[in-house]
Unconditional design. Structure first.
Length: 91
């Protein structure tokens, strides 16, 4: 994973309530930020689900950490080439 600390450019988003975190990556899920932060923007609840699908398709992960300072999303993707799954015969 390559990332910069928050003070070097990663934006911290409004904090989510702890009970929202387990389902944040589920499809059609909308979790409101905690009461002390800006209101939620409109959407369908598919963005983080799609991000998780893309990460998993590339054998990676996506995670979220949220506290009173804000929220950070971390995506880990493997480096290098993946085996060829196209069904080519190597013999």
């Amino acid at each position: 994973m390559i990332a910069a600390p928050a003070e070097e450019g990663l934006e911290r988003r409004s904090a989510y309530t702890p009970r929202a975190l387990p389902t944040l990556f589920d499809p059609l899920t909308r979790a409101a930020p905690s009461q002390h932060h800006k209101p939620i923007t409109p959407g369908m609840g598919l963005g983080l689900y799609i991000c998780r699908c893309i990460a998993h398709a590339h054998h990676g992960t996506i995670a979220v950490e949220s506290d009173e300072r804000g929220t950070v999303f971390t995506v880990d993707l493997p480096r290098g080439t993946m085996p060829n799954d196209a069904g080519t015969d190597s013999s």
